[in-house]
Write a protein that binds this ligand. Structure first.
Ligand code: BGC
Length: 759
C-alpha cells in the first residue's frame, strides 16, 4: 500500500504531527487563531481553494466553473485572472457579505514584467545587472497592479535555466545562482516593500519550486533528476534568497524531483522549506499541478490531494482536488484535521499580513487606476529598463551608433510591429500601447530618412505560425510570396546608406509550453539577412528573442548585432535610443549562447573534469567534441559597448584570511574609447582544491560602473565570508581552507587574476 493511502496513522505519526503543529504554531497571530477556532472543516478547506473564472488570457488549459456560487458557499480562498476595482469589489462582496465568517479573498495575478507598463522580459531585465532598476520595475508593477485591486503576484520566477531550448528561460534571470539570488531579492523587496499592508505593495510569490528550469531535454514540464549537491549549490540559491528577503508565498513546479512531483514532495515542501529554510509563508500549487500528479502516476485525485496536503502544500490552484476530496480523506483517516488547519492558517495569515482582515477593500479605489497606471514616469522607467537590457553582441566597422540624419532601410516584420513587443508572459499588458520600432526611429531621429520594407515573414512555416498564435496573431504570413517581399527589401536597401534589419523570434516562440529543438533565427529571416548583406550596404541586425539563439552564421557575417530580447511597451523608443547613440549599450548576457544545440546544457561554471581539453584543438581521450568546440559562441557575462574598457591591476587587500573573514578585490578600469559608458565589472572565484569537485569559476560579485570617456576608476568588490562557502557532501555550508583564485573582467572569460589563501 502506498504511504499516503495508509488508513490509520500510527501513534508516532500522530505525535510528530502534533509536535510539528505545536512548534509551527508558536508565533501565531491571535486574530487568525480566533477565526480558526470558529471555522468548520468545510470552511477551512474552502480557504485552500484558488480559482480563476477565465475571461482574461488563459494561463492554463481549464478554468474554474460556478465561481460566484462557490465563493458564496465559502469554497474559495482566493481568485486570480480578474482585475479592476469594480470587478474586484463585486467579487470581494460575495465573500465578505455572503459567507458566514466574511473572510476576504486574496486576489492574485501573473505580473511577470510589469502590469500595464510592460518592461522587458525578465531574461532581458536580468541583462541590465542593475538591481536598483529591477527593484524599481517591481515597485511600479506593484503600484499599478494594486491600483487595479490585485494584492498577490505570481512573481518572481527564479528558476535557473541552462537549456535555451526551454521556452521559459525567457521568464527568469538565466543560468547563474549568484546573480539569480540577487535578482530574486531585488524583485521581492520591490513588490513587497517594507509594509505589506501599504496600498501600493503586494505579496510576492516566488516560483516554481523547484528545479523547473532543469527539465530534461528542455521540454516543458518534463522530469528533473538532480543530485542534492547540485541542487543546493546551483539551483536552490535564488528560491532561498527570496525566502530570506521575506517572500510571502511560494509556488510549486510541475516537475518531479527524486521521483516525487513538487506539489506532493514532502522533502521539498516541509523538510527543506519549513525545517531547513524556516519559511513562514504559504505554498500554492501551480495550475492544476495537484491533479497532474494523477498523470505522473501517483494515484487518483483523492490520493494525490492527500499527498499534497501532507507534503505541505497549502493552496490548490484551479484543480479543486482539495475542495472535492479532503473531507473524504479526513473521514477515512488519511489526513488529519491538524494538517487542514495548518494549511488554512497559512492562507489566513497571508490575508492578515496584507491587511485584508482590517479592511477587505483596502486595495479597491476607483480613482487609482487613472492615477497610478501608465503614469508617464512609469513609461519612462520602462524605456530606461529596455535600453539597459540590450546587449551589443557584435560591432562592425563602427556602423553603430547611426547618425540621426542617416538614410536608413528599416527591414523586417518585427520592425513595424506592436503585437510582439511585450514578449511572453505579459497577460496584463496591452500590446496596442507598445511603440513599434519604425515609430521609435521617427521619434528619436525625426531628420533621418527611413524607408520600411517587411522583407520576410517571421516564419514561412504555417504549422509553427499556428502553434505560436495562441494569444492572438503575432505571426502573420503575408499574402505576397517570399520572393516578392525579398525583392522589395533589397530594392529599399540598395537606396539606403545603412540597413537596419529587425529579426528573430515571435514572442510566443519562447514562454510556457514553447520549447524548441532548433533555436536559430527562422529560415525565412536567415535568407533575408544573407540577401541584405549581399547588397554590400552596412547592415545592423536588431535581434529579438526570448532565449539565447544559435547565431554562429550571423556572427560570421560583416554585420553589427544588437540583442534586444522583447523590450516591452517602450520597445521602439528604447531601441532607437541605442541605435542613434543617445544611450550606450551596457547589457551583459545572463545565459551562455551556444555554438549549436548539441552543446546544451551550457553554462559558464563548469567543472574541469579529469581530462580537460588544453587548447581549442580536438585531442583524443580529452573531454571535447569531434565536431564542435567546448567554448560557447558567446560566454556568460558577455556584452560590448560603443566605447572600450581596459582592465588592469587586480589586487586583493590581503593574501590570507581566516574563516568567517571577507576581503576586498580591487581592479583599475579605464574607459579608453570614444564614448561615455557603463561597464559591468564581474568577479569570478575559483576554489582550487576542495572536498567536492569545484567549478572552474563561479560568479561571486559584480558592480555596474559609469565612466566618462578617458576616465579611470578603481573598482572595489567585497567578497563576503559566505561567498567562499559551498554545500559539501553532507550538505553543510562550509568554506574549506586552501587557495582561491579571483578573476576580474568584462565577462566570464576574464583572465586578470589574483590569489589568496583561506586559513
Ligand atoms: C504557470 C505559472 C503561473 C500560473 C498561473 C501556470 O501555467 O506555470 O507560472 O503563475 O499558470 O497563471
Amino acid at each position: 500500500m502506498k504511504k499516503f493511502n495508509s488508513a490509520i496513522p500510527t501513534l508516532s505519526l500522530i505525535l510528530i504531527s502534533f509536535l510539528s503543529t505545536y512548534t509551527q504554531a508558536q508565533n501565531t497571530i491571535p486574530k487568525v487563531e480566533s477565526l480558526l477556532a470558529k471555522m468548520t472543516i468545510e470552511e477551512k478547506i474552502g480557504q485552500l481553494n484558488l480559482v480563476t473564472p477565465g475571461g482574461g488570457i488563459a494561463t492554463g488549459s481549464v478554468v474554474s466553473s460556478n465561481v460566484e456560487e462557490k465563493i458564496k458557499a465559502g469554497q474559495v480562498g482566493g481568485l486570480f485572472g480578474i482585475a479592476g476595482p469594480e470587478r474586484i469589489k463585486t467579487t470581494q462582496d460575495f465573500a465578505v457579505k455572503n459567507t458566514r465568517l466574511g473572510i476576504p479573498l486574496i486576489f492574485g495575478s501573473d505580473i511577470i514584467h510589469g502590469y500595464k507598463t510592460t518592461f522587458p522580459i525578465p531574461l532581458g531585465l536580468s541583462a541590465s545587472w542593475d538591481m536598483e532598476l529591477l527593484k524599481r520595475t517591481a515597485q511600479i508593477a506593484a503600484l499599478e497592479a494594486t491600483a487595479d485591486g490585485i494584492n498577490w503576484n505570481f512573481s518572481p520566477m527564479v528558476d535557473i535555466a541552462r537549456d535555451p531550448r526551454w521556452g521559459r528561460i525567457a521568464e527568469g534571470a538565466g543560468e547563474d545562482p549568484y546573480l539569480g539570488a540577487a535578482i530574486a531579492k531585488a524583485m521581492v523587496t520591490g513588490y513587497q516593500g517594507d509594509d505589506l499592508t501599504a496600498i501600493n505593495t503586494m505579496m510576492a510569490c516566488v516560483k516554481h519550486i523547484a528545479l523547473y528550469g532543469a527539465a530534461e531535454g528542455g521540454r516543458d514540464y518534463n522530469s528533473v533528476d538532480m543530485s542534492k549537491i547540485k541542487m543546493y549549490n546551483e539551483y536552490l540559491p535564488p528560491y532561498k534568497a527570496a525566502i530570506d528577503a521575506g517572500v510571502g508565498s511560494i509556488m510549486t513546479s510541475f516537475n518531479d524531483i527524486d521521483g516525487v512531483p513538487a506539489s506532493g514532495n514532502k522533502w521539498l515542501l516541509t523538510d527543506l522549506l519549513r525545517n531547513q529554510w524556516n519559511f513562514k509563508g504559504f505554498v500554492v500549487s501551480d495550475y492544476t499541478s495537484v491533479n497532474e500528479m494523477i498523470a505522473h502516476g501517483m494515484g487518483d485525485l483523492q490520493a494525490v490531494s492527500a499527498l499534497a496536503l501532507k507534503a505541505g502544500l497549502d493552496m490548490d490552484m484551479v484543480g479543486e482536488g482539495f475542495l472535492t476530496t479532503l473531507k473524504k480523506s479526513l473521514n477515512e483517516g488519511k489526513i488529519t484535521e491538524a494538517e487542514i488547519t495548518m494549511a488554512c492558517r497559512r492562507v489566513l495569515e497571508a490575508k492578515y499580513k496584507l491587511g485584508l482582515f482590517e479592511d477587505p477593500y483596502r486595495y479597491i479605489d476607483k480613482k487609482r487606476p487613472a492615477k497610478d497606471i501608465l503614469r508617464p514616469g512609469n513609461r519612462k522607467i520602462a524605456r530606461e529598463a529596455a535600453k539597459k537590457s540590450f546587449v551589443l553582441l557584435k560591432k562592425h566597422n563602427n556602423t553603430l551608433p547611426l547618425k540621426k540624419d542617416a538614410n536608413i532601410a528599416l527591414i523586417g516584420d518585427l520592425a513595424n510591429d506592436k503585437s510582439n513587443m511585450l514578449g511572453t508572459w505579459a497577460p496584463t499588458g496591452d500590446f496596442k500601447l507598445s511603440i513599434p520600432i519604425l515609430e521609435g526611429f521617427k521619434n528619436v531621429a525625426p531628420n533621418a530618412k527611413i524607408t520600411y520594407a517587411k522583407g520576410a515573414n517571421i516564419t514561412n512555416d504555417s504549422v509553427m505560425a499556428k502553434n505560436v498564435n495562441v494569444f492572438g496573431r503575432t505571426v502573420v504570413i503575408d499574402e505576397r510570396s517570399p520572393e516578392v517581399m525579398l525583392k522589395e527589401a533589397i530594392e529599399v536597401a540598395q537606396k539606403a546608406d545603412v540597413v537596419v534589419a529587425v529579426v528573430g523570434e515571435a514572442k510566443e516562440m519562447t514562454g510556457e509550453s514553447s520549447s524548441r529543438t532548433e533555436i536559430q533565427i527562422p529560415a525565412s529571416q536567415k535568407k533575408l539577412i544573407r540577401a541584405l548583406v549581399a547588397t554590400g550596404k552596412p547592415v545592423v541586425l536588431v535581434l529579438m528573442s526570448g532565449r539565447p539563439l544559435v547565431i554562429e552564421e550571423e556572427m560570421n557575417l560583416p554585420v553589427s548585432i544588437l540583442q534586444v530580447w522583447f523590450p516591452g511597451v517602450e520597445a521602439g523608443n528604447a531601441i532607437a535610443d541605442v541605435i542613434f547613440g543617445d544611450y550606450n549599450p551596457s547589457g551583459k548576457l545572463t545565459a551562455t549562447w551556444p555554438v549549436n544545440v548539441g552543446q546544451i546544457p551550457i553554462y559558464h561554471s563548469v567543472k574541469n573534469t579529469g581530462r580537460p581539453q588544453p587548447t581549442e584543438t580536438f585531442l583524443k581521450f580529452k573531454s571535447n567534441y569531434l565536431d564542435a568546440p567546448n567554448a560557447p559562441l558567446l560566454p556568460f557575462g558577455f556584452g560590448l559597448s560603443y566605447t572600450e574598457f581596459e582592465y588592469s591591476d587586480v589586487k586583493v587587500t590581503t593574501s590570507e584570511i581566516n574563516q568567517n573573514e571577507g576581503l576586498t578585490v580591487r581592479v583599475t578600469l579605464k574607459n579608453t574609447g570614444n564614448y561615455d559608458g557603463e561597464e559591468v565589472v564581474q568577479l569570478y572565484l575559483r576554489d582550487v582544491v576542495r572536498s567536492i569537485t569545484p567549478p572552474m569559476r563561479q560568479l561571486k560579485g559584480f558592480q555596474k560602473v559609469f565612466l566618462k570617456k578617458g576616465e579611470t576608476k578603481i573598482v572595489s568588490i567585497e567578497l563576503k565570508p559566505e561567498d567562499l562557502k559551498f554545500y559539501n557532501s553532507n550538505l553543510d555550508f562550509v568554506a574549506e581552507p586552501g587557495e582561491f583564485e579571483v578573476f576580474v573582467g568584462t565577462n566570464s572569460n576574464a583572465t586578470l587574476k589574483a590569489i589568496f589563501t583561506l586559513k
